[in-house]
Design a protein around this ligand. Structure first.
Ligand code: PLP
Length: 452
């Protein structure tokens, strides 16, 4: 009874004092939080009632090495005792931030060998956007400032990144997007290669560049695989076409690897699947597996040197927690774990199992379609009647309903219902084993069965 009372008390206090991120405020106010977590181990997470769940989405696609890693806790603790905070403002530095920047340079694609540190994905993308605009301004081309994102792309919640985001729901809080942000239809490979007769040409990146004039465009920003927008994998050749398009017009290509970085897709970075090297790359989430806040923007030393040559004073941009020692130490240890335990390879292998399972679901359930995945970043769409391609009855709210049914069976998944999407995301920690994948597929199958 005491335990029950304490859960009740926590729920009441939550309702009273806590405004949750990306949560219907009324629902939280009336019903209180659905789950209150207390502990985690491996791919499992336990709530205050003692119920254990498989975390089938690595929380926010970030707990890549799983919960409860003692070596990460020890690393954080040792670093705090050694140097609890160290600023890298005003040309100061400290050892772990230097070591992490060096490590990142050794694993990043192509010539991306310089890092600027932040505390997460939004700050990383915001920084990338500011850097490219700063670059063109220094170059005497301040009008080259427009940023082209993709519809259904997600880049964060700051003003700049909200504006770069193409998922409509995430723009609800602002009355207008910041000036200078445009959105193209995703994955229009033929248009990006130059097919002007294509019906979507005007809405492609190339069509927008043509209309606005390349002299007005600073950068294109996109995720190698769209996450929040529905786990949308680009067709073969797409990213390369965008790379070539950016080169053709002297436009920066920023890739947002916040979800896809550090092994999630079965390669260390998502762009490696298509042999593309961006000019700037944002990372966060998997860099520390969510043990502590950290993000980075990576670029080539060539770009950094150009900025240096053109600049007079400092770059007036930096967060108090840029390169926080504890976060950097945890990131280094986390990357060591990813490498030592072969988690990139495991993500690839388990991803194949997962996709096989999802394809099986697609074949054996009437309401499922479009199973897709790369490594342990996968999704499946839910329809009322797949053959007729008709959307699942809105009153059933398919994806959230199936996800709720999974939760009843102690599996946490995530519905992706933005921009008209009706999909379920499956992205378990990179340490998942074959048995875990089978359990996830079984539970998902049983949950879908409830609706057929
Ligand atoms: N970019 C992508 C692709 C993301 O998925 C996210 C978060 O989900 C972000 C950026 C924003 O990162 P953060 O929430 O750490 O600010």
């Amino acid at each position: 009874a005491a335990a029950e009372n304490s859960v009740k008390e926590l729920r009441e206090l939550d309702k009273k004092h806590f405004l949750h991120p990306t949560t219907p405020i009324k629902e939280q106010q009336v019903e209180g939080p659905e789950l209150i977590f207390e502990s985690g181990k491996g791919i499992r997470i336990t709530d205050v009632k003692g119920d254990e769940y498989i975390d089938g989405v690595s929380s926010l696609w970030n707990v890549n090495v799983g919960y409860g890693r003692k070596e990460l806790a020890e690393t954080a603790s040792e670093q705090i005792m050694k140097l609890s905070y160290g600023s890298s403002f005003f040309n100061q530095s400290h050892e772990v931030v230097i070591r992490l920047a060096t490590k990142l340079a050794s694993i990043a694609p192509g010539d991306l060998d310089v890092s600027f540190f932040t505390s997460g994905g939004s700050e990383s993308n915001e920084t990338a956007i500011k850097i490219v605009r700063h670059y063109w301004k220094l170059k005497g081309q301040p009008e080259k400032r427009l940023i082209i994102g993709l519809e259904n792309g997600y880049h964060g919640v700051t003003m700049g990144t909200t504006s770069a985001t193409g998922v409509p729901e995430f723009k609800n809080m602002i009355t207008e997007i910041a000036p200078g942000f445009l959105h193209a239809l995703p994955h229009q490979t033929e248009c990006e290669k130059g097919d002007k007769l294509h019906p979507n040409y005007e809405r492609s990146i190339r069509g927008i560049i043509e209309k606005e004039g390349p002299e007005n465009i600073a950068a294109v920003i996109l995720e190698p695989i769209q996450g929040v927008g529905g786990v949308n994998i680009p067709p073969e050749g797409y990213l390369k076409a965008v790379r070539e398009l950016c080169d053709e017009h002297d436009i920066f290509m920023i890739t947002d690897e916040v979800i896809t970085g550090f092994g999630r897709t079965g390669k260390m970075f998502g762009v490696e699947h298509w042999d593309v090297v961006p000019d700037l790359m944002s990372v966060a989430k998997g860099i520390t597996s969510g043990y502590i806040q950290l993000g980075a923007v990576m670029m080539s030393s060539r770009l950094r040197d150009e900025l240096a040559d053109m600049s007079e004073g400092p770059m007036f941009h930096g967060f108090t927690y840029s390169g926080h020692p504890t976060a950097c130490a945890v990131a280094l240890k986390n990357i060591e774990i990813v490498e030592k335990e072969g988690l990139v390879e495991n993500a690839r292998e388990m991803g194949e199992e997962l996709l096989k399972g999802l394809k099986y679901l697609e074949e054996n359930h009437k309401i499922t379609a479009k199973a897709r995945g790369m490594g342990l970043m996968a999704g499946i769409e839910l329809f009322k009647d797949r053959d007729r391609g008709e959307g699942f009855a809105p009153e059933l709210f398919a994806a959230p309903t199936v996800v709720a049914a999974c939760k009843q069976r102690n599996l946490i998944l995530r519905p992706l219902i933005f921009g008209g999407m009706n999909a379920v995301a499956i992205a378990p920690p990179l340490i998942s084993q074959k048995q875990d994948i089978e359990t996830i597929i079984e539970i998902l199958s049983d949950s879908i069965n409830e609706f057929e």
